[in-house]
Design a protein around this ligand. Structure first.
Ligand code: GLV
Length: 336
């Protein structure tokens, strides 16, 4: 019998066709995510689920999926999945680390440059037909990136990729991380450890690269925003809830900091009345970190490979919960 797979969105090729070669696929064909209740209903007879980070895969879904052997997420983040519950139930979890590192680092750097040099504000100025003088000595002055200090919070794969870019701009790179790098790694990457509070006080740019968990939720709160320099710029391509957005709006309006570049928000999508939309000192993007054709297509391929590996009774190329093998060995997930 061919395995039954539920895919919650049309992901780029070759994702779906790889799975269709050997499985019966039910695809949620719309851009809008399926309602939670719909996933609960669809999952009942499925062997595998391919989901996105905007699908909340909680105990109710895991309970309903009595045949479920693998959940493969088309993302590197996994805070939307109840990993402990899935593991307890013997469900393998695949994800897509590594692949979107460079794309996300490129985007973080675009935001940094974009806010520093007021790119989107200047574009709005020109399109608004407000450009009257050929060259104006004080028009839309930004802040220097070259030679400035960048503070990276969370020096994992993406944080390190941002650090490498910063070196090309002759930036001094400070970082904070739960377990600091070895001296040798610090020297190789050209980064200097600072405790979080000191990093915030000393950086011209602060870029967030932590996962979202209980320790990082609202890590950047009012007290910490107040530590930043008044001309500093905050960049967030990690997860919205790492920043207390209400405090951030106060910080921007009160000029405790100069600007922010945000690809992620506490609640996505942000509504039309969101206060950030009225501020010129921010650049706002609709969660585009991994949005290159190359990264998304590779993510789709890896998400499909993770899912198919488990159905073939093999360890997935990228998985989150190897301890699940103690609950259900791979010999018992094999259908292909
Ligand atoms: C994107 O935010 C991801 O987690 O893949």
């Amino acid at each position: 019998m061919r395995p039954k797979v539920y895919i919650t969105r049309r992901i780029p090729e070759p994702g779906i066709s790889l799975i269709e070669e050997s499985c019966d696929v039910t695809l949620h064909p719309y851009d809008e995510p399926p309602a939670h209740e719909e996933i609960v209903n669809r999952i009942r007879d499925k062997d595998a689920l391919l989901c996105l980070l905007s699908d909340r895969i909680d105990k109710e879904i895991i309970d309903a999926g009595t045949n479920l052997k693998v959940i493969s997420t088309f993302s590197v983040g996994f805070e939307h999945i109840d990993v402990a519950e899935a593991t307890r139930r013997g469900i393998y979890i695949g994800y897509t680390p590594g692949i979107l590192t460079e794309a996300t680092a490129d985007l973080a750097f675009s935001l940094l440059l974009g806010v520093a040099r007021r790119i989107t504000e200047a574009d709005r100025f020109l399109r608004g037909n407000r450009w009257r003088t050929a060259f104006s000595p004080s028009l839309l002055l930004g802040t220097s990136v070259w030679g400035s200090t960048l503070g990276i919070i969370g020096l994992g794969r993406i944080g390190k990729a941002v650090a490498r870019r910063a070196k090309g701009f002759s930036m001094k790179v400070l970082y904070t991380k739960r377990t600091p790098l070895s001296r040798e790694e610090e020297l190789n990457l050209g980064v200097v450890y600072r405790p979080l509070e000191v990093l915030l006080e000393q950086s011209d740019f602060v870029s967030l690269h932590t996962p979202l968990n209980d320790e990082t939720r609202h890590l950047i709160n009012e007290a910490r925003l107040r530590l930043m320099k008044p001309d500093a710029i905050l960049i967030n391509t990690a997860r919205g809830p790492v920043v207390d957005e209400t405090a951030l709006v106060r910080a921007l309006k009160g000029k405790w900091i100069a600007g922010a570049g945000l690809d992620v928000f506490e609640k996505e999508p942000i509504g039309p009345a969101h206060p950030l939309l009225h501020l010129d000192s921010v650049v706002l993007l609709p969660h585009l970190g991994s949005a290159t054709m190359q990264a998304r297509s590779k993510m789709a391929e890896v998400a499909a490979s993770n899912l198919l590996a488990v159905l073939r009774g093999k360890a997935p190329p990228c998985w989150l919960n190897p301890e699940v093998e103690n609950v259900r060995p791979l010999s018992r997930t094999r259908m292909l």
